[in-house]
Design a protein around this ligand. Sequence first.
Ligand SMILES: N[C@@H](CCC(=O)N[C@@H](CS)C(=O)NCC(=O)O)C(=O)O
Length: 220
Amino acid sequence: MTRTLYSGNRNASSWAFRAWLALREQNIDFKEIIVDIRRPQRWKNLADIGSFSPPAAVPVLVDGESVIYDSSAIMEYANELGDGSLLPKDLKLRAQTRSLVAWQHSTFGKVCGCLSFESAFYKQKKQPTISEVNQAAWVYSLWEECLIKHGGPYLVGDLSLADIAFVPSVLRLQAHCPVSAKFPLTKAWMQRLIERPHVQEWLTDAYALEPIYCEGYYSS
Ligand SMILES: N[C@@H](CCC(=O)N[C@@H](CS)C(=O)NCC(=O)O)C(=O)O
């Protein structure tokens, strides 16, 4: 096995989760090395990653001589190594799928920014603020529109990179701001995503870990 994914702690690395999930959904063989990104060991461990991958972050996929860094590049690579089914054949639908992935990748972290991926695993959840509830409802309405437009069962029809990209956000948002009956398709889509066997595999490990508390979570 020459393919190695350097990933992160199951309850902390949302980016590694996306890359790992795309590889798994495409049945790609890989060895996994979990890099401990908790403080204080985080700095030394990521510096070590920096010795072969310029961003000094996880995930990184090393495939023979190739070093593929950044979750979105790994997700695209997984799709191309596999059967290509995670991007639609139709040009415009493919562009829309990539737009959703790019949105998640670029600015989606600002949506309920204090509700981190780590916080999805806290036993004691904080009460969301009104702003967080409104932001989550706005996102749910946009997901609902996608599901109506493309007919489901996933955001652009069949399971795609867009669904995979949003899994960590689905977990952190729904853990704090449950979807209302106004968005039935979104509610069913979230459930469908979470129930996927590979998602469950990651989550079983994540819930078994000691939570990682983020500063300011309970006071924001
Ligand atoms: N854009 C990168 C983000 C990766 C990232 O921020 N990973 C975190 C762990 S979840 C990390 O390694 N951060 C180290 C740092 O930013 O210094 C990707 O999609 O892979």
